[in-house]
Design a protein around this ligand. Structure first.
Ligand code: NAP
Length: 426
């Protein structure tokens, strides 16, 4: 096999990976982006297997089957709501692989009695340090997201000198993106250590895109990068957890909700983590269709940290075939709430908490929120008065123009759909 074959495979793989990232940046082209990424990875693996340095396939095949035996069930059996944990685990495995390759490469030099150049040594050190750091941090992130360990940051005297990222609470979106970036940087360093250009390209793309995403998440929460890394944000949340007011709220039925929305001109839906848990997106699509048929304008407002992973809401709404042009980012739609007849909040809580604007004691103070409280009528579907991820009460629920629709999101939306459909037949 000539070198030209694997070198060509590497060039096409690098191109496919670059195109994949570009296409993943819009929901319209995202499916094409996933396919390009898969083709890129396949070509990268096949190209590597064709290199003349690979003389024996036995160990590679054993690792392939072990990896597939773990990966395939994880991908198929993990529910959609567990994707953040799955992402943390895949970062952990990727980083561990990079760290182990770095360790093995070091001992290979030693065993062969070959001198290690200063450049290679620096690359090996970066690869192993970042690899093991990302592995342990990703396992911690998995434990927190799975709630095996407490979700708040674990802090102690002098902890910033001992461990670099004591993140928890509301900063988890940032940490996931950052770990992604670290895993990419470890792979790029591995590329330098092994002299593999494709690893350098793919690792650098991964590192930079992960870093950009973590900066975007920081901006979305109005937090500085250094504050997220060293501030142990989220600690205060533990103390205020489960604090809810005894003030009265106004509750309403599915029939009330159907009649108000059926007569509205403009409805803005705000989905959150509860929609994901209840898997209410398909019923929401039915509701959107029914309202649109009646001439009601329906839009969706997406907060950058709604749900439990970046893009969580976009993925679910796309799965239910809700048209992309109905989905609007926070900055684009916030000024529209004032002219909306109804803001329908489905399983969202922290991202619509007006306290973030003025309550300096709130752990989410300063986080930009969706301005649902400006709408003419606010409807909130949730099961109880329990708080959301940040563990704090939400003053939105006690406003005069807010109607609480208590129940599971999917069941409640289904009841509204039933009412609207029955009304339409009369
Ligand atoms: P949230 O503040 O966690 O609130 C979710 C709400 O959904 C809860 O108040 C809960 O109330 C309700 N709920 C749960 N199951 C439900 C069901 N079956 N039916 C109806 N309602 C249900 O969610 P959010 O507003 O989307 O905010 C996201 C939070 O997660 C932010 O604090 C963010 O920082 C954090 N976070 C985000 C990411 C990310 O990347 N997006 C990652 C990690 C953490 P009931 O229990 O009363 O039903």
């Amino acid at each position: 096999m000539t070198d030209a074959v694997w070198q060509s495979a590497y060039i096409i793989a690098a191109l496919a990976i670059i195109l994949s990232i570009k296409w993943l940046s819009s929901p319209v082209t995202a499916r094409r982006g996933v396919l390009a990424g898969q083709i890129g990875m396949l070509l990268a693996v096949v190209g590597t297997l064709l290199r003349h340095e690979v003389v024996n396939y036995q160990w590679i095949l054993i690792s392939f089957f072990i990896g597939a035996a773990i990966g395939a069930p994880l991908a198929y059996l993990m529910p959609m709501t567990a994707v953040p944990q799955l992402t943390a685990l895949s970062h952990a495995f990727g980083a561990l692989a990079a760290a182990l390759v770095g360790t093995a490469e070091y001992y290979r030099y030693i065993a062969a009695g070959q001198p290690i150049t200063g450049f290679t040594m620096v690359a090996l050190v970066i690869e192993t340090v970042l690899g093991y750091l990302t592995f342990t941090a990703s396992v911690m992130a998995f434990g927190k997201l799975q709630e095996i360990v407490p979700t708040r940051p674990i802090t102690y005297l002098g902890q910033n000198f001992v461990n670099l990222i004591p993140i928890g609470g509301g900063d988890m979106p940032t940490v996931i993106a950052l770990l992604n970036s670290f895993a990419g940087a470890a792979c790029a360093a591995m590329g330098f250590a092994l002299g593999n250009r494709l690893l350098i390209v793919a690792g650098a793309i991964n590192a930079s895109s992960g870093f950009i995403l973590s900066v975007i998440m920081c901006n979305a929460m109005n937090r500085s990068f250094t504050n997220v890394l060293f501030g142990a944000f989220g600690q205060a949340q533990a103390g205020v957890a489960a604090q809810t007011s005894t003030k009265p709220v106004r509750s309403a039925t599915a029939e009330d909700a159907a009649s108000i929305m059926g007569g509205a001109r403009k409805v803005i839906v705000v989905p959150g983590y509860g929609m994901a848990v209840a898997q209410a997106q398909h019923k929401l699509r039915e509701l959107t269709d029914l309202l649109t048929k009646r001439g009601v304008e329906v839009h969706f407002a997406i907060h950058p940290v709604a749900g439990r992973m970046p893009g969580h809401m976009n993925v679910l709404l796309a799965e239910a075939n809700i048209p992309y042009d109905r989905l609007h980012e926070m900055d684009d739609i916030n000024s529209d709430f004032a002219e909306a007849d109804v803001a329908l909040v489905i399983g969202a809580n922290d991202v619509v908490n007006p306290g973030a604007r003025h309550d300096k004691t709130s752990p989410i103070y300063g986080m930009p929120i969706l301005d649902v409280d400006k709408a003419h009528t606010v409807m909130v579907i949730k099961r109880s008065m329990n708080p959301g991820f940040a563990g704090i009460d939400n003053e939105l629920y006690y406003m005069d123009r807010t109607l609480m629709l208590f129940g599971d999101a999917k069941t409640f939306v289904a009841s509204i759909v039933k009412e609207l459909a029955a009304d339409g037949r009369q």
